[in-house]
Design a protein around this ligand. Structure first.
Ligand code: IMP
Length: 209
């Protein structure tokens, strides 16, 4: 993947079989002292299914599996949307909220319907992202990024994915779907978690690490 692929660097496998996600994680990570490779490039790669216990359990399971498979350090993430009026749901079940096989738009519609009648001051929510890094010899670290916002009563904007059209970010006065990708990455849960993961990898890559 680009200028980072110096042969003298240890490898870091991005533990996602989704090519778009792997590319996004690699670009958010930026310049780290590792050669970044995608798990999809490894023959026979598979990852454990995501469970419902916590983001950390899911991210660590994926990072460990990829580290074992590849014999290299590996990085994985898991994320979700936590709505206060729903006691933190959908949370770790965000990708499955509303039922199997729904589109992003249908999942957003289900959330709008479930929050109908909830007043603005009770529509607070946050996106959370946990990133796990694992090495084949058992070294492991986890970091977390959070961004606070409000759930709108109707979708706004066409960018992003998932719940972005419903996630209003007060400091910029727009939903995440109304931000361009670089604006979103600067403030998003995933952008924040990856900035912290980058610090971890700088340490791992340094002699003192
Ligand atoms: P995962 O981390 O790929 O398992 O994503 C979990 C789910 O959380 C996604 O399918 C989305 O529904 C939601 N989600 C996570 N991050 C975002 C985001 O940045 N924007 C919108 N939805 C998100």
């Amino acid at each position: 993947m680009g200028p980072r692929s110096s042969p003298s660097r240890p490898r870091l496998v991005i533990a996602s079989l989704n090519a778009d996600k792997a590319r996004e994680l690699a670009s958010l990570l930026g310049d780290v002292p590792f050669e970044i490779v995608s798990l999809a490039a490894l023959v026979g790669a598979a990852l454990p299914p995501e469970g419902e216990e916590s983001y950390g359990v899911n991210a660590l399971a994926k990072a460990r599996a990829a580290a074992r498979l590849s014999g290299s350090a590996a990085l994985a993430d898991d994320s979700g949307l936590e709505v206060d009026a729903l006691g933190g749901r959908p949370g770790v079940r965000s990708a499955r909220y509303g039922g199997a096989g729904l589109s992003d738009a249908e999942r957003c519609a289900a959330l709008v319907a479930e929050l109908r009648g909830v007043p603005p001051e009770r529509r607070t929510a946050r996106f959370r992202c946990v990133v796990a890094v694992a090495s084949p010899n058992g070294r492991e670290e986890m970091v977390e990024g959070v961004v606070e916002g409000m759930i709108t009563s109707a979708p706004r904007g066409t960018g992003g994915f998932g719940y972005d059209p419903l996630f209003f970010y007060p400091p910029l006065g727009r939903t995440f779907a109304e931000l361009d990708p670089s604006e979103k990455n600067r403030v998003s849960h995933r952008g924040r978690a990856l900035a912290l993961a980058r610090d971890v990898l700088e340490r791992w890559g340094s002699a003192a690490g």
